[in-house]
Design a protein around this ligand. Structure first.
Ligand SMILES: Cc1cc2nc3c(=O)[nH]c(=O)nc-3n(C[C@H](O)[C@H](O)[C@H](O)COP(=O)(O)OP(=O)(O)OC[C@H]3O[C@@H](n4cnc5c(N)ncnc54)[C@H](O)[C@@H]3O)c2cc1C
Length: 323
């Protein structure tokens, strides 16, 4: 049962920031994750502060530098369908198309997708787990087949967002509005692991709002892709996913970004794999070596060693598909 809460529909970003300053206040965009968390009593919210009517935060447009900006309230369906994103930033269009179900993509926003809470069954269930202020992460001795193979402790839940993986691969930047104005942050520095903060998954203060996602200009010769492996074809979160952006000069890789999803508490960049590709044609040998390198340092739990092999295969296949 959902607890009683006050509902504030705001008319401006400034109004929303002010309303978020109240005790127990939480931002509402599309509500597809927030309301589920409230219904399941994962978080206790006294005041729902809705920004869903703020037109300034909606839409996709070109930036003067040749990049693209996406308002935080742009739906995931719009991102998936955008031709300007599909033409130059395919990794993002593909990731958005892989999110949840058509209904959720129509309602869920890009800002909400980045800020959604983890899907760990202990966190979402009736367990007073470490993320909810308890002493234990129950996945350590419990059911951990969907948990991290990189970078856990003291919480071992994976980051659930598909678009976050693509945006880290694209070196996107986020605009964040707060009481002291607007700041820009590289998306890579937005997400934080449980070693830095167990209660939240990003650097946002409670009264800060992601207002925009900015994509930098990208060479017309860049190729990118998002590959998601999941247990079933219907809506499901990634067991493992890979976002790749490769830039080419004379058919050889000049720049590479390889980011993994579903395996770590935040999008997991694999620089060792990226470096192996530089100056090479992405042939079978290079792709296999990059796949091996991507899995280096993995520390699987009792039931999720299968993800190590998935990482190797998904990275290798994705590189070959882009070659
Ligand atoms: C059945 C189901 C399946 C799903 N499958 C997938 C999947 O396969 N892949 C995937 O990536 N996601 C998946 N999701 C998650 C879904 O994509 C998110 O629920 C959605 O993207 C959240 O967007 P929203 O606008 O509804 O956010 P809301 O529910 O409104 O908000 C989510 C969280 O983000 C915060 N927030 C929202 N917008 C902002 C902002 N602009 N600035 C700061 N904080 C903000 C809210 O306070 C809240 O904590 C699934 C969800 C469900 C229910």
């Amino acid at each position: 049962m959902i607890r009683n809460f006050a509902y504030v529909k705001t008319g401006s970003i400034a109004e929303a920031i002010k309303a978020l300053g109240a005790k127990g206040a939480k931002l509402h965009a599309g509500g597809t994750d927030l309301l589920g968390c409230m219904r399941d009593d994962v978080i206790q919210v006294e005041r729902v502060v809705s920004i869903s009517g703020l037109k300034d935060l909606k839409g996709i447009s070109a930036k003067p530098d040749g990049g693209i900006k996406i308002g935080a309230l742009t739906t995931i369906a719009e991102v998936a369908a955008s031709t300007s994103i599909g033409e130059k930033y395919l990794v993002l269009a593909q990731a958005a198309a892989e999110v949840a179900s058509p209904q959720l993509r129509e309602q869920g926003t890009i800002g909400g997708n980045l800020c959604q809470r983890p899907r760990c069954w202990y966190f979402r269930g009736d367990f007073h787990c470490a993320k909810k202020g308890g002493d234990n992460c129950y996945s350590v001795d419990g059911e951990n087949q969907y948990h991290v193979i990189f970078g856990g402790a003291p919480c071992f839940a994976v980051h659930p967002s598909d678009t976050a993986v693509a945006l880290v691969a694209l070196q996107a930047q986020l605009m964040i509005a707060g009481p002291s104005g607007i700041r820009a942050i590289k998306i890579e520095n937005f997400f934080i692991g449980p070693d830095k903060s167990i209660e939240k998954e990003n650097i946002l203060a409670p009264n800060e709002i992601v207002t925009e996602v900015q994509l930098p200009p990208i060479s017309g010769k860049a190729r990118s892709s998002y590959r998601k492996i999941r247990a079933r074809r219907a809506w499901d979160f990634a067991l493992t996913s890979v976002g790749i952006v490769l830039q080419f000069e004379n058919e050889k890789v000049s720049k590479a970004r390889i980011v993994l999803g579903g395996v770590a508490p935040y999008p997991w960049r694999v620089e060792a794999a990226e470096k192996l590709l530089i100056g090479k044609k992405p042939d079978g040998a290079a792709a296999t070596a990059a796949g091996q390198a991507a899995a280096e340092g993995a520390n699987p739990m009792r039931d999720n060693a299968y993800k190590v092999e998935m990482v190797k295969g998904a990275v290798e296949e994705s590189i070959l598909a882009l070659a």
